[in-house]
Design a protein around this ligand. Structure first.
Ligand SMILES: Cc1cc2nc3c(=O)[nH]c(=O)nc-3n(C[C@H](O)[C@H](O)[C@H](O)COP(=O)(O)OP(=O)(O)OC[C@H]3O[C@@H](n4cnc5c(N)ncnc54)[C@H](O)[C@@H]3O)c2cc1C
Length: 319
């Protein structure tokens, strides 16, 4: 978001020993930061800010069908995806170009184009600040949901140092979503073709955060009951919605915002992006307060028009 922010104390922790020593010495509230792409930061952070430095990237097991890969928290997510594609490991290609670090990926169970991290994640190694030991959490124990996990629900408890993934060695693509559908009839489809397509679509749709500061989708797609959805559909026949498990429907939050007339809405130094209504942007010089104010304005409008409460996706950091 490129919001101005000063951390009064900043620490890089580059070994398990350093992590446990640090958290024994600092039982107080601490902010764990990855690449900073999914946080809305305040002007000053007084509590310690910590970054885990772990560049591990190694195959720890393989058989005919799969490879098991251990990846350090500070590896850049998209560099991992590029590496997997180069080595012909399947499973991450739909998650191309998602900004941020590997350590943050389990926090909101990153997802795109029908694939979520949970589909390939075997376990997460983290320092548990409650038990004060390193733990290896299996996929089940991470309690993954849509943009959700135990790491988000018990925010600040786990300091993720490594992630273990199980990737396929034989071609298996997920091409049911959006523009990827067009690839499903292609003979000899390659991993790099899927990655390039995802990168092309994302670059065309989402503003580059280095050019127009943003956190990606600012709101989650709301999940509502099928009956509520049917009532809404009568009022808004072009409502965009998808089945989301038994009796539930997922609404496209971007459509709700655009249909409310808020696409391109500018409020001070912050705005709803003029091409992608799900994205809030810093127009230059915005502070955390400006983003909070704009987000509340959008939420109120959506509640008034559709009776639906939007939930924010990025993490609002208070100090
Ligand atoms: C343009 C754009 C597009 C995006 N597209 C998508 C998308 O398609 N799908 C999607 O799911 N997300 C998307 N995002 C959101 C973002 O990329 C992900 O949430 C990403 O995982 C954040 O990584 P980060 O390293 O920047 O985390 P940060 O923003 O630094 O941190 C995010 C959260 O994770 C916690 N955290 C970070 N590192 C650790 C650690 N080592 N241990 C414990 N907790 C930690 C932080 O405390 C914070 O709560 C997008 C963001 C942008 C800007």
């Amino acid at each position: 978001m490129a919001l101005p922010c000063v951390a009064e104390q900043f620490f890089e922790l580059s070994s398990e020993q350093a992590i446990s020593d640090f958290f024994y010495a600092h039982p107080e509230d601490v902010l764990i930061l990855g690449g900073g792409s999914n946080v809305v930061l305040p002007p000053v952070i007084q509590r310690p800010v910590v970054q885990v430095v772990n560049h591990t990237l190694e195959c720890i097991a393989r058989d005919l069908d799969h490879v098991v890969v251990k990846v350090g928290a500070s590896v850049v997510w998209d560099e991992l995806v590029a590496w997997a594609v180069e080595n012909s490991y399947y499973g991450l290609e739909n998650l191309s170009l998602i900004p941020g670090s590997v350590g943050a990926a389990p926090v909101q169970n990153i997802g795109a184009y029908g694939v979520e991290l949970k589909d390939v994640l075997k376990s997460v190694r983290a320092f548990d600040r409650v038990q004060r030991v390193f733990v290896d959490l299996s996929n089940e124990r991470c309690c993954f949901g849509y943009r959700d996990s135990i790491f988000k629900r018990e925010c600040g408890r786990y300091v993720i140092s490594e992630v273990v993934l199980r990737l396929a060695r034989k071609a298996q693509f997920v091409l049911e979503y959006g523009e990827l559908k067009t690839l499903s009839h292609e003979a000899n489809l390659s991993l790099s073709k899927v990655r390039d397509t995802v990168i092309g679509v994302r670059s065309a749709k989402l503003p580059d955060p280095k050019v127009i500061p943003n956190t990606g989708s600012f709101f989650k797609n709301p999940v509502i009951s099928r009956s509520t959805c049917e009532v809404l559909k009568q009022r808004f026949p072009s409502l965009v919605c998808y089945p989301a498990g038994e009796g539930s429907m997922k609404l496209a939050a971007g459509w709700l915002i655009e249909n409310a007339g808020l696409k391109g809405y500018v409020q001070g130094n912050a705005s709803v992006h003029d091409k992608q209504a799900l994205v809030l942007t810093n127009q230059g010089g915005a502070q955390q307060q400006d983003i909070i104010r704009l987000a509340s304005y959008v939420e109120d409008k959506i509640k008034d028009l559709y009776g639906i409460e939007l939930e924010q996706e990025p993490i609002l950091i208070r100090d």
